[in-house]
Design a protein around this ligand. Structure first.
Ligand code: IMP
Ligand code: MG
Length: 187
């Protein structure tokens, strides 16, 4: 954003007790999502996948991505929680369950961010017993430096460093989800 002297201002955000700096702009996010959607439309042409949106964090990503999906898709929601403040508790809670029949269906999970991969393992363990035809994961962000998991992340928006992010669905203690762009915690 430019101030009235025409000088580029770096827009910091204070959320609760912490300062966050801009990291990925709204324009860049939407441009990348459009490309991901195009790839998914090509990969699933003629098919009818079920998208499973992992709440809360993935709601904005899912909303913008799904508007660009031109397949006969169904959309379902799953609510999980594992973070408290800026740290993972290491324990995942399933707060709203699945009620779709996933057997023999093409499943695409939509996640906001993949960090340690615990959530991804949890999702695989939850969904594979339903015997889907295929299971893929699309995540807006991936912390590839610390992701240690056998499961591939099939569609990745941005590979990001091991920082703490907020905005565009991601929260710090429940705040910051409504920001249009992505910010990182200032060190
Ligand atoms: P994982 O199970 O360690 O991969 O963590 C994944 C979940 O933790 C994500 O779906 C987010 O909800 C949350 N999370 C991980 N990193 C961040 C972050 O940088 N900001 C906000 N939430 C995060
Ligand atoms: Mg999440």
């Amino acid at each position: 954003m430019r101030n009235n002297l025409g000088i580029l201002e770096i827009k910091m955000r204070k959320i609760k007790d912490k300062n966050f700096e801009p990291y990925i702009s709204e324009t860049e996010i939407l441009k990348r999502i459009e490309k991901l959607a195009k790839k998914i439309n090509e990969d699933y042409a003629g098919q009818s996948p079920i998208f499973i949106v992992v709440l809360n964090g993935a709601f904005m990503f899912a909303s913008d991505l799904l508007k660009e999906i031109n397949l006969d898709a169904r959309i379902s929601f799953l609510k999980l929680a594992s973070y408290q403040g800026t740290k993972s508790t290491g324990k995942i809670e399933n707060l709203i369950g699945l009620n779709e029949n996933l057997q023999n269906q093409e499943i695409i999970i939509l996640e906001d961010i993949v960090d340690t991969g615990q959530t991804v393992s949890y999702l695989y363990d939850l969904i594979l017993p339903h015997k889907p035809k295929s299971l893929k994961i699309a995540s807006l962000l991936l912390k590839s430096e610390i992701y240690q998991n056998k499961y591939p992340i099939d569609y990745i928006g941005f590979d990001v460093p091991n920082l703490f992010f907020v905005g565009y669905g991601l929260d710090y203690d429940g705040f910051g989800r409504n920001l249009k762009s992505i910010y990182h915690l200032k060190k």
